[in-house]
Design a protein around this ligand. Structure first.
Ligand code: AMP
Length: 238
């Protein structure tokens, strides 16, 4: 279906000259940050760094961080800045981040943004961040969150309402039974939106005020949104 035509299928991945540098994907839960980050990975060849995925990995492995984060995530609240900042610091030391990276779900508080800005300020060879905020209205977000299903093998994200797999409940690529995130319920969504409004919306305003900021309409086909993000980043990097 048209909504699942990817940026790669549209030929957007060819010979990009812009070095993307650090990109922040901002937006409420369910706007499609993870889906778009995966499109941008294919286009730019830089890694997606999703703090939600890293935290879920820690929960699955039963690390000390995972044990602390599990309950907090289950309630839809935010994991303390110091723990998330440290986790991101470790990930950013990996050599695959040298040409840039896509931060998906970070920073989510002004404290995290201050930490990231401070860290980048100590690295004069690194390009300044470009922040892209994806916009989708509340009712659409609720529909997306409660319909979201994930492949536990290849991490492909489906939606039973807007981007269903060919065979109900199973991944098109791996054939694996799809899973639903524990926090993708209506009740937890409401708390996640409350946390977003109180703590993360000011982060969007912080980056808007700094410039190198763009807003894209997230209520479009996946490839069209990715194309909008690429165009915005190329414009802001000129
Ligand atoms: P996500 O996969 O981005 O929707 O994140 C899922 C959950 O992980 C959030 O509801 C938070 O509990 C936690 N989380 C993810 N990223 C952060 C962050 N940057 N700061 C604090 N908590 C986070």
């Amino acid at each position: 279906m048209s909504s699942s035509i990817s940026a790669v299928e549209q030929g957007l991945e060819s010979d990009r000259k812009t070095v993307p540098g650090p990109i922040l994907l901002l937006g409420a839960p369910g706007v499609g940050k993870g889906t778009q980050a995966k499109e941008l990975v294919k286009i730019w060849g830089i890694p997606q760094i999703s703090t939600g995925d890293l935290l879920r990995g820690n929960v699955a492995q039963g690390t000390q961080l995972g044990r602390v984060a599990k309950e907090i995530m289950g309630r839809g609240e935010l994991v303390p800045d110091s723990l998330v900042d440290e986790m991101v610091a470790v990930r950013l030391q990996q050599p695959d981040t040298v040409n840039g990276y896509i931060l998906d779900g970070f920073p989510r508080t002004l404290g995290q943004a201050g930490w990231l800005d401070g860290r980048l300020a100590t690295q004069p060879d690194t390009l300044p961040v470009v922040a892209v905020s994806i916009q989708v209205n509340y009712n659409q977000l609720l529909r997306r969150i409660t319909g979201r299903r994930n492949c536990p093998v290849c991490q492909t994200i489906y939606n039973v309402n807007v981007n269903p797999p060919k065979k109900d409940g199973f991944c098109d690529i791996e054939g694996a039974a799809l899973t639903q995130r524990a926090d993708d319920t209506e009740e937890v969504f409401k708390e996640r939106m409350r946390a977003y409004g109180a703590l993360t919306a000011p982060v969007v305003e912080h980056y808007r005020a700094l410039g190198r900021f763009a807003e894209v309409d997230g209520d479009r086909p996946i490839g069209a949104i990715a194309a909008g993000i690429v165009a915005a980043v190329e414009r802001l990097r000129q």
